[in-house]
Design a protein around this ligand. Structure first.
Ligand code: CAA
Length: 391
């Protein structure tokens, strides 16, 4: 039975800061951010967007009545969840009006959460072929103002429906993975900003990629010639390129050129959003499918490298289905990007410093400024209040 990605939705908040202007404010050459890091625009979430609302907004664009009846499992991958106990998936389940006979859980391992969710979803579909699983990857990447990590912040969510006989991409069975207890990036529960050993994290990302890629080649009869593209977890768009470059010499020049061109297509959305942690790899896949000037052929194989600091890495593959283009929401995404509003560096700094009360006090937020259908409207008695403006 074929199991894979049936639909992909995406959401990013409506505000962004220009990386050239951030570079000037930080007294670094703009090319460091736009070329050295490879980022153009950084999404800035207002207080009315959190990991729950972003995931729900991403899912809203893809879910129809048939999906609502068939989804019996919601798996929410996040490392910026809103509660230590209740899963973010339950809030989204409610906001979307899904069928009550469903499981709803949150999974965590840094940026690897959504990949873990997809693998769990595949197992569920194998046992229950009529089911559909809603997989969510949603995060706000925060390192702090004036930190080295600042240029790699971002915010957004990806929603995927995993099903039998998928319309976009069949996920193949073979997958190679690796766990090693390292401290390259982490966020203790008392901190709303991540701690990171930046250079070490870059090295480990590449080392994990090389290990799972070599293992994949060893355990299959495939090599780089079998791939039309490789999509990477993209903390910033230069990162995946550094990993890709380590294996390009394995193939002739024309194949190298094709892989490099497809890599560029796979980074367009990420370049304009920033790091979205768990959803980042799937945003890269979406970018490849929607931003490539000529459509990829059905049957094309795409490699996927997932990396979650701490660390877990995985390499797996998917094969495109016939007419996959007809099941994408490219026009929505073009509109989403076009309707964003640029804010100045000082406005971004102000928004960054605004945080929700952590002392149990109530707050009411103005959701009229936020064009998203699903927003956080406040906190009452320690409970986040969510609104779906469309209901
Ligand atoms: N023109 C062009 N390029 C320039 C330049 C200029 N004027 N000035 C500098 N550069 C280049 C540098 O040469 C460098 O390129 P290479 O890496 O190819 O050598 C690049 O810009 C970045 O410069 P630095 O290494 O000096 O940058 P930095 O030390 O200030 O910070 C960083 C970079 C370590 C990635 C930092 O942003 C960071 O810590 N980010 C968060 C951690 C992270 O994203 N790690 C990635 C792997 S971990 C992961 O993937 C999980 C996750 O999501 C967090």
């Amino acid at each position: 039975m074929k199991i894979g990605i049936d639909k992909i939705g995406f959401y990013t908040p409506n505000l962004y800061v220009d990386m050239n202007k951030l570079a000037v404010a930080r007294d670094v050459e703009p090319e460091k951010f736009t070329i050295g890091i490879g980022q153009e625009k950084m999404a800035v979430p207002p207080l009315t967007q959190d990991s729950v609302t972003m995931a729900a907004n991403a899912a809203l664009e893809i879910i129809d009545e048939v999906d609502k009846e068939a989804i019996d499992f919601v798996i929410f991958g996040t490392e910026t969840g809103i509660d230590h106990s209740k899963s973010a998936a339950v809030y989204v389940h409610h906001l979307l009006g899904l069928h009550p006979n469903a499981r709803s859980i949150e999974v965590k391992h840094a940026c690897y959460g959504a990949t873990a969710a997809i693998q769990m979803a595949k197992g569920h579909i194998a046992l229950n072929p009529e089911s559909k699983v809603l997989v969510l990857g949603s995060d706000i990447a925060r390192y702090g103002l004036n930190t080295a990590g600042e240029s790699t912040q971002g915010a957004g969510a990806v929603a995927l429906i995993i099903s039998a006989n998928p319309k976009i991409m069949t996920l193949e069975d073979k997958s190679t993975y690796l766990t090693s207890d390292i401290m390259d990036f982490w966020r203790p529960i008392y901190s709303d900003k991540a701690f990171v050993n930046g250079k070490f994290s870059n090295e480990q990302y590449i080392a994990f990629f090389n290990t799972v890629w070599d293992k994949f080649k060893e355990e299959t009869d495939m090599d780089l010639n079998d791939f039309e593209a490789i999509c990477y977890h993209l903390p910033y768009t230069k990162m995946g390129l550094k990993a890709l470059r380590t294996i390009l010499d394995d193939v002739p020049e024309d194949v190298q050129e094709k892989l490099k061109a497809n890599y560029q297509a796979s980074t367009q959305y990420n370049r304009n959003v920033g790091n979205i942690y768990t959803g980042s790899l799937y945003l890269s896949l979406l970018s490849l499918l929607e931003e490539k000037s000529e459509d990829l052929d059905s049957g094309s194989r795409i490699g996927l490298f997932s990396y979650g600091s701490g660390a877990v890495g995985e390499f797996f593959t998917g094969v495109l289905e016939p007419n996959y283009q007809e099941h994408l929401y490219k026009n929505h995404h073009d509109e989403l990007f076009a309707s964003r509003k640029e804010i100045s560096v000082s406005e971004y700094e102000e928004i960054f410093e605004e945080t929700l009360p952590a002392d149990g006090s109530n707050i009411e937020l103005d959701i009229n400024e936020d064009p998203a259908p699903i927003c956080l409207s406040g906190i009452t008695d320690n409970m986040r209040q969510y609104v779906n403006k469309l209901r």
